[in-house]
Design a protein around this ligand. Structure first.
Ligand code: NI
Length: 182
């Protein structure tokens, strides 16, 4: 297990397309090790998702995991660890949901991004078995954010209003909506 170095905004690995992995590759020892290291890196940085190009591996792999007590995103429901190989997104509801997104590759900043509110994801799991997931709300946004990474797209590309782009501290002070329980 290892905590991997995260590529930051400006590194070309974040901007190139990633290649799909074959079923044989998915169950291979090097890719299993990459999955373990991505998981450890995700937890080290307290992220909700991470994509392989963020650790300088341009392959179509992303992990999502978050707890219900995540104060930064005020998530309602916890999501167990999911490992997505070669994910494909189908939009099920074009209506947009907006969240203040952050990214381990753009540390210290967040921006408001609107995305389709409901999607289906077809992917292969860690055993290369076909799976699908219907995601709504915050989970739908996290899926789209992570899978954007596999095509070299970052959330900063999707900020419609540059005025809603802020450092964490200024976000908390001037932009954070009151928590539901407040
Ligand atoms: Ni990201």
């Amino acid at each position: 297990m290892a905590i991997l170095k995260v590529a930051r905004l400006g590194h070309p690995v974040l901007r190139g397309p990633c290649r799909a992995l074959s079923s044989d590759e998915i169950v291979s020892a090097p890719v299993r090790r990459l999955v373990r290291d991505l998981h450890e890196t995700l937890r080290e940085y307290s992220g909700v998702g991470i994509a392989a190009p963020q650790v300088h591996e341009p392959v179509r792999l992303a992990l999502i995991e978050f707890g219900e007590d995540d104060a930064r995103y005020r998530t309602r429901d916890a999501e167990p660890l999911r490992i997505f190989f070669n994910p494909r997104v189908t939009v099920l509801d074009e209506a947009l949901s907006g969240f203040w997104e952050g990214c381990l590759s753009v540390p210290g900043l967040r921006g408001f991004v609107e995305r389709p509110s409901k999607v289906r994801v077809d992917y292969l799991d860690a055993e290369a078995r076909p799976r699908d997931l219907v995601a709504e709300g915050f989970l739908a946004t996290v899926c789209q954010h992570e899978f954007d990474h596999l095509d070299g797209t970052l959330y900063v590309d999707r900020i419609a209003d540059p005025k809603r782009f802020a450092f964490d501290e200024e976000f908390a002070r001037y932009h954070a909506e009151p928590a539901a329980e407040d």
